[in-house]
Design a protein around this ligand. Structure first.
Ligand SMILES: C[S@@+](CC[C@H](N)C(=O)[O-])C[C@H]1O[C@@H](n2cnc3c(N)ncnc32)[C@H](O)[C@@H]1O
Length: 246
């Protein structure tokens, strides 16, 4: 597992997070069996432990770090749109990789814009559009106004709807959200740009892959080690944006 120091929560926030896990454990009586299993898994998970020790807002940071280590997606100076950014772990990774906080004066300074329906606590080096819907055209317009020349090099999406527990329904809702990213790409993604999006595997995944392949030269499926084996979670990494189909 990588060991890095990144911008992130204050020590006080991290301590509060660890304490709340421990106090939750103590209060386990009264929890449902599913809640107890979830809590036990969290407490044993090496990525959860590492996210605390490395100041990440959540374990998902390691998924993006792994993907970026392998595919070199995020370059210093790049503009990145992080869709479904709360609580902000992917943005923490992106800030460091594109140098949007200007931590390295010898490298070009990039930009990170995070969007979420929820509030995203601030981070130096990121501009957050909290309480915004990524699928909303008004959000696209705000984004265009913020991005340099209205354009981005990379769109990241770790968005997920609240799971209902009905696998097919959750799968379909997430695929629909991913398809809306193709509209977003049409408005803001630079030619040659990349899109990384999470989906839950299922019958409609091939439709999303086909749509992505119609506008990107390369589309591959990625399942990082940090993504739990038993989970249907996968990512499509689409590269070399060609622009909208005419
Ligand atoms: C798994 S979390 C993202 C974690 C984030 N990548 C991180 O590393 O901190 C998924 C997020 O997607 C957000 N989301 C779901 N639908 C959305 C939408 N239509 N617009 C914006 N955000 C959305 C949820 O509010 C939730 O915070």
């Amino acid at each position: 597992m990588p060991s890095r120091t990144l911008p992130g929560w204050t020590t006080r926030t991290r301590v509060r997070c660890v304490h709340s896990s421990l106090s939750l454990l103590k209060k386990q009586t009264g929890k449902t069996a599913a809640e107890q299993r979830w809590l036990q898994r969290q407490l044993k998970d090496p990525y959860v432990k590492a996210s605390h020790s490395q100041n990440f807002r959540c374990r998902s940071a390691f998924k993006l770090l792994e993907i970026d280590d392998k595919f070199r997606l995020l370059q210093p100076g790049s503009s990145v749109v992080d869709c479904g950014a709360a609580p902000g772990a992917w943005s923490q990774v992106a800030i460091q990789k594109v140098n949007s906080a200007g931590s390295d004066q010898d490298l070009p300074r990039g930009m990170v814009i995070g969007i979420d329906l929820l509030h995203i606590p601030p981070l130096e080096g990121a501009h957050f559009l909290s309480c915004h819907d990524v699928t909303d055209h008004a959000t696209h317009a705000e984004l265009q106004a913020l991005l340099p020349s209205g354009q981005a090099h990379v769109i990241l999406s770790d968005m997920a709807p609240n799971a209902t527990g009905f696998r097919d329904m959750d799968h379909e809702r997430l695929i629909t959200m991913c398809l809306s990213l193709i509209d977003l790409a049409e408005k803001v993604l630079l030619p040659g740009g990349s899109l990384l999006c999470k989906y839950w595997d299922g019958v409609l995944a091939h439709r999303l892959q086909e749509k992505l392949s119609s506008v990107f030269s390369s589309v591959r499926t990625v399942k990082p080690d940090a993504s739990r084996k038993e989970s249907a979670e996968r990512y499509f990494l689409a590269r070399m944006y060609r622009g909208p189909v005419k």
